[in-house]
Write a protein that binds this ligand. Structure first.
Ligand code: GLA
Length: 737
């Protein structure tokens, strides 16, 4: 990769073998976006700027009626100087003046990566993995600087964030500060977003954009199940396998804002960053403020190409720690099987049965701590309930381990119940207004993580339980959103910083705990995939994808999630039928087929399984373990779209290409059976593959170009899984017929 500055053209060109990103300094002041896309050998200015005198245009360059910022392709636009589209930043000074003039001042080209302080980001392990361009914008009148950071890697990825530095003598209030903004030269894009709800995360929406805007945002304090900090800009011809895509994802777990907006003269603005909603940051002299990082992926191989880039990047350069490279254990979670009704005897019995089936980790979910028999009490009191566990939590963990299985537990550290010792001593640690009765959600209140004392309490109380080393897994939950924004800790002037400070506090707590307990596998959760975002993955390498465990609903949820996140990050469990969320009964084999496309777990009371079902589960686990490396570290391909088809299908190719797992799920059976043909992806067209179960041989070209025909199964919700292994390269001379 390389970054060059062409003095004559005033051009920055960031490029690698796949992509180019070009920025121009215009009129010695303004940053113009020229290009982001497929690699260009050199920028010679094919897309020139033409200037025309137009109605309602403001002219920032004196005497030049043809130059207006509103018609330009910008990189980091302001407001107040005639660009009437959505700005990237806004401020207010002590006198109430909201105007600023940040102009280009200089640049540095840096080796390696520059990261936003205290925030999750794409990291590098060696300096040679990345190069960074730092561009300085300066307001000389106010004595303020904004530094824009662009990092380019070997893949088709550019990351961006911005840093504001107050060099002045007075504080400024930043009321909007996005991570990136960019004006594309054309319009007519399709916009792809992922929105949803609790138990229905990451529904996929694609629509053409004409002359207006699409806004995505969360105002809930977390990234949320309702929205995803992602915007895809697609050409209208783009499919799963072909066509251009620009995918923009924010590495952040709190309130975000993103928009795609058409300009009046044929351009399209795309932006993402912190949500300006209820946000204002007081920046004192000599202080700085960093935005979260935005990831910009370019693919000319359709949405599948974009996904491959995101998966590799997030698996290898966002996820960290021991578990980044490690196969993840098959777990059994107590929640749907027992809910709050747990005790020592039940957990030990469950552990014994689980171990017999080949399960490697038993997770004791909610209900284990002091007085917690319903969801109305005890959050904050992270001490075991002695009536349920008279022998203590640590002894329980040891006894579970003696049965040959690891032990994990559930926490919801960011929350507090009013019925708790913590609330009795620290009611001032709650996010709320001093004037009103706080709004409850799931009977609970949110702790004020902007307060360092609260963060320290979380580190201590969770740390105390992990310290003895008997617990090897933590499920970190978060089951409500922020209301009544108010903090006793923050003074009058910092109240508008609460939502972002909450996230910064959370990141600090997670950084400290995950660093202190590197052997513990952390899984994040927010009533399922309510905070399934790249920010959380930086600390916790897997996420509970959804509280909806129905295999058929999961087809869509996992399909939507897969656009950004690889299977190894997705918790997926086989649960009991009729399913607890939708009441549907699906075959055990299908529940497994869908859960085995992620990080496999079971979430049911094993004692309710028949002898045959237990045997089936045992065989499933054996099968999964055999193919686990492929599922968790292979390349994942979507082959059908359950949002608009009567089926789901995918195949995963192992890292070395030797193994391919193909799964098809039929949603409803049809009398007039349509005999679907599915074409596999990512195989070697010149190789011969053998079906591991039947010994039947197929050419890689056949499987990819002609496809596999799915045999008829007269049952709703049925599934077919075929594993093939690479056998040998085809000998061309004997194969030409
Ligand atoms: C949330 C989680 C569930 C379970 C419960 C426990 O809803 O998503 O998996 O842990 O909390 O209260």
């Amino acid at each position: 990769m390389q970054i060059i500055f062409d003095e004559k053209q005033q051009i920055f060109h960031l490029y690698n073998e796949k992509i180019s990103y070009v920025i121009q300094v215009e009129k010695q002041r303004y940053l113009k976006h020229c290009y982001y896309g497929k690699r260009l050998k050199k920028w010679r200015g094919g897309i020139q700027s033409f200037y025309y005198d137009r109605g309602f245009c403001a002219n920032p360059v004196v005497e030049d009626r043809t130059f207006s910022l509103d018609t330009q392709q910008r990189e980091f636009p302001e407001s107040g100087q005639g660009d009437f589209r959505s700005p990237a930043y806004e401020l207010m000074d002590a006198q109430g003046d909201r105007n600023a003039r940040f102009f280009y001042q200089g640049f540095q080209i840096l080796k390696g990566k520059t990261a936003p302080e205290g925030l999750p980001h794409v990291y590098t392990e060696q300096v040679a993995e990345a190069m960074t361009l730092e561009i300085t914008l300066q307001d000389e009148v106010r004595n303020q600087r904004i530094l824009l950071y662009y990092t380019i890697y070997e893949d088709a990825v550019v990351t961006r964030f911005a840093k504001w530095i107050n060099d002045g003598k007075e504080p400024v209030e930043i009321s909007r500060f996005l991570s990136m903004s960019m004006d594309l030269p054309t319009q007519g894009y399709d916009v792809l977003t992922f929105a949803g709800a609790h138990v229905e995360e990451k529904n996929m929406y694609r629509r053409p954009l004409c002359a207006d805007a699409v806004v995505i945002e969360s105002r809930r304090g977390t990234s949320s199940p309702q929205a995803t900090p992602f915007l895809g800009l697609l050409s209208s011809q783009t499919t799963e396998e072909q066509g251009e895509v620009l995918g923009v994802n924010l590495i952040y777990s709190g309130d975000f804002y993103g928009s795609v907006q058409c300009g009046q003269y044929g351009t399209t603005r795309v932006q993402i960053g912190l949500n300006p909603f209820q946000f204002q940051w007081k920046l004192h002299p000599q202080e700085s403020f960093c935005t979260p990082e935005a990831v910009l992926v370019y693919s000319e191989q359709g949405l599948g190409g974009m996904t491959e880039i995101f998966h590799k990047l997030y698996r290898e350069r966002v996820c960290r720690g021991t578990y980044r490279e490690k196969e993840r254990p098959v777990l059994l979670n107590s929640w749907e099987g027992m809910y709050f009704d747990i005790n020592e005897e039940k957990i030990l019995n469950l552990a014994e049965e689980a171990a017999e089936l080949g399960i490697e980790l038993l997770v004791m979910d909610d209900g284990w701590f002091k007085g917690r028999n319903t969801d109305t009490t005890s959050l904050g009191d992270w001490v075991e309930d002695k009536t349920k566990f008279p022998d203590g939590l640590q002894n329980l963990a040891k006894r579970v381990k003696q049965k040959g299985i690891e032990f994990g537990i559930w926490f919801e550290p960011e929350m507090i119940s009013e019925k708790s010792d913590l609330y009795r001593t620290h009611s001032d640690w709650v996010i709320r207004s001093p004037l009103y009765d706080p709004i409850r959600s799931r009977h609970q209140l949110v702790l004020d993580l902007s307060n360092p004392a609260v963060c320290e309490y979380l580190i201590q109380s969770v740390g105390r339980i992990l310290e003895p080393g008997n617990i090897s897994y933590v499920k970190w939950d978060m089951n409500r959103h922020l209301t009544d924004l108010g903090s006793v800790y923050l003074g009058r002037e910092n109240q508008m910083e609460l939502s972002h400070r909450y996230v910064l506090g959370l990141y600090h707590v997670m950084e400290t705990l995950t660093e202190r307990f590197p052997q513990v596998l952390f899984e994040s959760c927010s009533s399922g995939g309510g905070r399934f975002d790249a920010g959380m993955l930086y600390y916790m390498p897997q996420t509970w994808t959804s509280d909806n465990t129905d295999a058929i609903c999961r087809l869509k949820i996992q399909h939507g999630t897969s656009f950004l996140f690889p299977p190894v990050t997705m918790g997926a469990h086989v649960s009991a039928c009729p399913n607890h969320q939708v009441g549907r009964t699906t075959p055990l084999a299908t529940r497994f087929a869908v859960a085995a496309a992620g990080n496999l777990g079971y979430e049911l009371d094993l004692k309710n399984l028949s002898k045959e079902e237990k045997e089936e589960v045992k065989a499933q686990i054996k099968e999964y373990k055999k193919r686990r490396r492929t599922v968790q570290f292979g390349t994942y391909y979507r082959l059908a779209n359950p949002f608009c088809e009567n089926q789901g299908a995918w195949n995963i190719v192992s890292e070395d290409g030797m193994e391919v797992i193909f799964t098809h799920v039929q949603i409803l059976a049809r009398a007039a059976y349509r005999m679907p043909v599915i074409r596999l992806r990512g195989l070697d067209p010149d190789a011969i593959y053998t079906d591991c179960a039947t010994g039947q041989e197929y050419g890689g070209d056949e499987l990819m170009y002609a496809g596999i025909r799915i045999p008829r199964i007269r049952q709703d919700f049925s599934s077919t899984t075929i594993a093939v292994s690479y056998t040998h390269l085809r000998a061309h001379e004997t194969e030409l017929h």
